[in-house]
Design a protein around this ligand. Structure first.
Ligand code: NAD
Length: 260
């Protein structure tokens, strides 16, 4: 189904995005990787994915917190004679602080990347998808798109916004071959969460192992992390024909977090 199609996975140089990119490439999708990091490491990753899966893999370092960068990224793809068939809006950042102390600049940065980038990429991706009457948009929201936690005003607002955006785009394209869904992961052990574990360990004067267990125990009943590989396989399913009538869903993958 996605063999030979082009998948743009934002923030795919690390963590969940990389897991999703790997899973899509394993099914034969060509990739446009995106994200920050060491140039040599990214090139090694690009070459490894292409070699391992026999697909075309390109990389674009667009800063998705800037709408003009997103437009330029889609213009470059169009200039290469291709169009995005599968858009995975994944790039995201976190900042943790009480609302009354939340730095305004961090609020703007989290909203720009975690919410507005998904809107800008979606509006750029849709017209060519509509011309071809096929497309898959998968938004990586979060458990925090469904419920809240303290100290995460910008993140929770952005992720709830992404779930809302997902529903609107799904409805506007309901009579087409374009679907739009959100995945809402609980804790996944990536650099984004590792930073929170280290901050928690420092604040409580405990080791990182203890902080990791405390973090899981507080919210995630399975007490196991969700993996990027599991989220990759779910994304592959959402891109399949079997998922053609999954539209506007916010699919929890959270070890039972939101069942409580
Ligand atoms: P991560 O830090 O491992 O990866 C983030 C990716 O985004 C990296 O590739 C990074 O280079 C890229 N990125 C950062 N700023 C960017 C920018 N301005 N432009 C383009 N790319 C940029 O984080 P992760 O945990 O893999 O998170 C990926 C997504 O999953 C995020 O949207 C996050 O909110 C969401 N999520 C994560 C968890 C978790 O527990 N890790 C849970 C639920 C949802």
């Amino acid at each position: 189904m996605i063999e030979g199609k082009l998948a743009l996975v934002t923030g795919s140089t690390s963590g969940i995005g990389l897991g999703i990119a790997r899973a899509l490439a394993a099914k034969g999708a060509d990739l446009m990787l995106n994200g920050f990091g060491d140039a040599a490491a990214i090139e090694a990753l690009r070459a490894e994915l292409a070699r391992e899966h026999g697909v075309r893999v390109d990389y674009d370092g667009a800063d998705l917190s800037r709408p003009t960068d997103i437009e330029a990224l889609f213009a470059r793809i169009a200039q290469s004679g291709r169009a995005v068939d599968v858009l995975v809006n994944n790039a995201g950042i976190q900042h943790v602080a009480r609302t009354e102390q939340f730095p305004v600049e961090r609020w703007d940065a989290v909203i720009a990347l975690n919410l507005s980038a998904a809107f800008h990429a979606t509006r750029c991706a849709l017209p060519p998808m509509q011309q071809r009457n096929w497309g898959r948009i998968v938004n990586i929201a979060s458990t925090h798109g469904l419920v809240a936690s303290v100290d995460k005003a910008a993140y929770v607002a952005a992720k709830h916004g992404v779930v809302g955006l997902t529903k609107v785009v799904a409805l506007e394209n309901a009579r087409t071959g374009i679907t739009c869904n959100a995945i809402c992961p609980g804790w996944v052990l990536t650099p984004l969460v590792q930073k929170q574990i280290e901050a928690r360990a420092a604040a409580a004067g405990i080791g990182t192992d203890e902080a990791r267990i405390a973090l899981l125990s507080e919210k995630q009943p399975s007490q196991e992390f969700v993996t990027p590989e599991q989220l990759g396989e779910l994304t592959v399913f959402l891109c399949s024909e079997a998922a053609a009538q999954v539209r506007g869903a916010a699919w929890a993958v959270d070890g039972g977090w939101t069942a409580q």
